[in-house]
Design a protein around this ligand. Sequence first.
Ligand SMILES: [Zn+2]
Length: 609
Amino acid sequence: MKIKKLLFFLSILYISGCSTHTITSNQTPQIFYNINVKNSEDDLFHVTVLTSNLTEKNGVYNFAATAPGTYHELDFGRFVKTFKAYDGNGNELSTKNSSANMWEIEDVLRLSKIEYDIEDTFDSEIRKNQPAPMCGSGIDDDFIAMNTFAILGYFEGLQSNPVKLKVEYNPDWVIGTSLISDENGYYTADTYDRLADSPILMGELTVATTKVGEIDVEVYVYAIDTALYAQKILILADDVLQSSKGFVGYAPVENYKFLMLLLSEEYYDTNQLMGGGALEHSYSSLYVQAATENDLPRLRSTMAHEFMHILTPLNLSSEIIHTYNFATPRASEHIWLYEGVTEWVSDIMQLRSGLITIEEYLNQFSRKLRINDDFDPNISLSKMSLEVYVDSVKPQFLNFYNRGAATAALLDIRLLELSNGKRGLREVYLALLERFGKDRPFPEDKFFDIFVEMTYPEIEDFINDYIRGSKPLPFVEYMAMLGFSYAEEKISEDTRPTIGINISVNEEGELFLIGVKNETQKFGLSSGDILLKVFGEEINIKTAREVLQKLDNMSIGDPYEMVVRRGEKEITLNGELLQRKTRHIFEEMQKLKPKQQAMRESWVKNLDR
Ligand SMILES: [Zn+2]
């Protein structure tokens, strides 16, 4: 009886399901992308977009103005070379390039096909606001790297519709992507967002695989330096990836792909590429950088960081970035979470799994604080987030990996203190992941309130002081709770003199001063000054090492002269060489009180939940 009823019920469902499908398939807009890079000699992506059932509302094809995780205005419409639209009979439809990233199609109801060519960003003539290589696209004889958002646009109103993509490429090549293809060789994605979240790397790649808990991990590598290949990189990074298992305790994704394009300094020079690093995606990350074997340790920690993005923003993000606004950059206040907490996780999970010692952890912590010294201490993490697209604040972004991570580390200690060692940031973070998750973004303006409500009223003060505000982080007090002393600086045992400056390189390749502190401020030095001469000699990228080597024959207290450019003015400054100092020193306290001992024990492990 029961079975029969069930069968009857099923057959009704089946019929209604079928008929619905027939109707909707006739009406639902269909979007099939095809990227042809079979002949890469012309250095262009040849894109065809086949469409049907578009409505009047879908008459604009938009290229991305920005993309998740890039925090930059990129305007990929700038790279379009030709753009044509056709109806089903092959008649051309009129189109209008109405703004940097928008193409209006006049008679969209008749639209059947768009064809366009778009160039890669790596060696484009467009130098202004050049996308960082891991945020763009590159075509070369031996490899092709694509952020899909750098090549494919979306129709107005159809960002959330399913799409399909076929890539035609050299059949001898290996292709790496987190996209999944159907039986007809089309990659399918539920939405444009999912497609945009999936970079593709192809070429003569080496491949290696491992499992991190239940997650299938694959590494795809194209490297100019043949000493770098997938298996070697994976062997080096495997232990740090494995250390995430205990921290996370479950598999937030089934698969994860590392896509790596490891170039050389010469390649960077020839193509005038600037910057490099990795861009996180939900199920993969794309790495583009100049690398040799010496860079493997750095690559390893970058991999740990990018991999931990499977927690946030994939499974914990604000409504603002959940359905992403590709057309108009919109900033979320919570980059402290997406980047700062992720960076903290990638360090603390190594300590808690026993991969690194407390001393090594504290050395990493000090290093972050020394880098933090080069950034503006008066801009809060909230402001750094909300004004990430503002030119004057943009350069501060990199400090999320330093001050952002340090703030997360102290938040962890504060939570451990308030919970008597029972519940730190990891445990609250995992609870937030359970409460929200992939399909449930948190409300942008309420997130801090939710965080406080899930923890302690005192946490509101922490947020106001150190995330919304820019009070100096209380290292002495907080680290003492764990039994560590902290000193901001100590006289170094190194007796060589120093000018006491840190130098960076701007987009024009000029050297400029960063993080100028009190002791050099008194000589008139100021952050942002462009360095022209030191010790009477011209200084630039090429001569810097040689000029600064003169310090070896000088003594503490010796006078020196420096010429800088500030705005339009050239200024000559006179200073004195300084004693070297070591900054941000953590040391083990001699005898721990029982409370410190207990806090330390809670801090070094993943607590029971
Ligand atoms: Zn990141």
